[in-house]
Design a protein. Sequence first.
Length: 261
Amino acid sequence: MNVTTASRSANDVTAANAGRWLTRPRVLGTIAGLWLTFFAGVMVIVGALTGFAARRLYAAMARAASFIVLRLYGIRLVIVREVPFPRAQTIYISNHTSTLDIFILVALGLPRCRFFLSGFVRKYIPLGAMAWMMGTFFTVPQDRPDERRRIFAAAEQTLRATGESVYLSPEGARITTGQIGHFNKGAFHLATNLHAPIVPLYFHIPRDIDPGRGFDARPGVVTVEVLPAIDTHEWVLEDLESNVARVREIFVRRHEAAHHG
């Protein structure tokens, strides 16, 4: 092989590698990451100017940022509900299949609502900073039960004092099997102790646009169905497991109707 041929081959490899890098998920992921980094910086500046005490303002800013990320990926959000989101303290739960979920949830603008999120999110500093400014409760994995109990107990105390709403994913992790996953008890324990109604949110993200655990979301319509509120005033901890199963069954039935109806 002469020098010219070798040089040509090296250039071809470089071009092929560049082509592989410049794929849609990489390009959009980079743009979204830069946008969130910029916006998180703006939020931190606004936070410093307001003494980090204006969480409703930060939530409104994060909502705008989330809408822009969804638009960037060509995602249109459709919310199906019969009544407005309640102003009283509410426990929101949803199924969890996708990386998109965090942006969908923030874009919903749930009134006076905090979130439970995996502490892993803090690895992504812009998202972690925005979540912290919104008053998020960061959780740890299920294999650290004592620490999880302390986090939930502290969160319950905060919610009892403030009367704020909160969102939790009972599935915990993203479930990409096409089924409704196992439900953890944390959300239902909180609802029982606070006697706050549970409002289920069913996320329908078509499989052909759902990035799952990745970032390759495709353009399309995501539907969020706000299902009827579940009264918990008569709930007691002794019935916790049966209540968890009953609420999970609501999601299972809705999921089956969405995919097979």
